[in-house]
Design a protein around this ligand. Structure first.
Ligand SMILES: [Zn+2]
Length: 359
């Protein structure tokens, strides 16, 4: 330990933080992470937003940028926007040190050897984008790439509900649905870095066609995208005056967040939509839990924030669909990282590399 600590002190990653009297009467030297040793950028490309954060080495957020993506925005504009956000954070007046490295997460598969984004099912036209190469060339820093749900899971493990837990799953509920799986304290990647695609497990055999080419995937019935689609149909069919009012009659503009608000206000149709989504999410999660035997299931992502009705429906369905002996050992928790989880996890990915280098 003392050799490792000396290395960290020499690198300037740790800094002395005073002394403490121990019960044995011997003074103990305290050490702290040296926050100003370096800054990091974390960027999250989601289905409906880009979020960038600038952090120091203690994971304190120094600056943040949010950009909303309207459906159908061209891929080159999305990439330009990601570059602009990265550039603005790199030059931020709130920085406390130079940028050491950058983490970027994108939805969907990543090539682990090249850091390229293979395909994002929920961003039309997004395929084979050499994210790592593009950003390394432009910003001259090492760039780490990861799937957004896995990045969110990393944030949970570092500073969220997953702290101190070795075996847990994080379910990322947003425009799409993804999962991060931790076993024995380590993230599970799968044989080709594609694990955790719970959104594309089949919950309705022969059901609606999914963006992945299959039918009846969880995402076709329970994602933010699916809930908004069903809500729009309901508004057109005159099923909910409240939703119609919230969207001022423009059915196509309804979002899953509008449905959560309406359900919270007691709207029966919005409640039905969340009941159905919660049922299928609990079903898929119950199957995953019965296979993996995690100590906790953590729910997070844009669909979960202040959506009490959906969380209650998921909890009920999870209980019904998990093997009894496994369910008894399981706790269901809600993330407290809000919508910034994936961006924070991307920054953590960049930070982790600093310690990897020392060890
Ligand atoms: Zn699918």
């Amino acid at each position: 330990v003392s050799v490792a600590v000396d290395d960290l002190l020499e690198e300037g990653l740790l800094t002395p933080a005073g002394f403490k009297e121990s019960s044995a009467g011997r003074r103990q030297e305290l050490l702290a992470l040296n926050g100003s040793r370096g800054n990091f950028i974390g960027i999250d490309l989601g289905g409906t937003h880009i979020i960038g954060v600038l952090t120091d080495l203690t994971a304190r957020v120094l600056d943040r940028v949010f950009f909303e993506i309207r459906p159908g925005l061209p891929v080159d504009i999305i990439l330009d926007q990601m570059r602009a956000i990265c550039g603005s954070l790199a030059g931020s007046a709130k920085a406390t040190a130079g940028i050491l490295s950058i983490g970027i997460c994108v939805p969907g598969f990543i090539n682990p050897s090249t850091g390229a984004s293979i395909r994002a099912e929920n961003i039309p036209g997004w395929s084979d984008i050499p994210v790592k190469a593009v950003f390394e060339k432009e910003f001259g820093r090492t760039v780490f790439t990861e799937d957004c749900s896995r990045a969110f899971g990393i944030a949970e493990r570092w500073y969220g509900q997953g702290r101190g837990k070795k075996d847990f799953v994080f379910l990322d509920l947003g425009y799409g649905i993804g999962m991060a799986i931790f076993t024995g304290g380590r993230l599970h990647f799968g044989s080709s870095h594609k694990s955790g695609e719970i959104g594309h497990t089949i919950v309705e055999a022969g059901g609606r066609e999914c963006v992945c080419g299959n039918r009846g995937c969880l995402e076709t019935v329970a994602s933010g995208k699916a809930i908004a689609r069903d809500a729009a149909e309901g508004i057109k069919g005159g099923r909910s005056e409240l939703l119609s009012g919230l969207t001022q009659g423009d059915a196509g503009s309804v979002t899953a967040q509008d449905v959560a608000i309406a359900a919270g206000m007691g709207d029966p149709y919005a409640g039905e939509l969340l009941e159905r989504a919660g049922f299928f999410i609990g079903l898929a999660l119950g199957n995953a839990a019965s296979i993996l035997n995690p100590s906790a299931v953590i729910l997070g992502g844009g669909l979960v924030g202040s959506n009490k009705v959906l969380v209650e429906r998921i909890a009920g369905s999870l209980g019904r669909h998990t093997m009894g002996g496994i369910y008894r050992d399981l706790t269901l928790q809600v993330s407290n990282l809000g919508i910034d989880g994936s961006a924070l996890g991307s920054a953590a990915l960049a930070m982790n590399a600093v310690f990897d280098r020392v060890s």
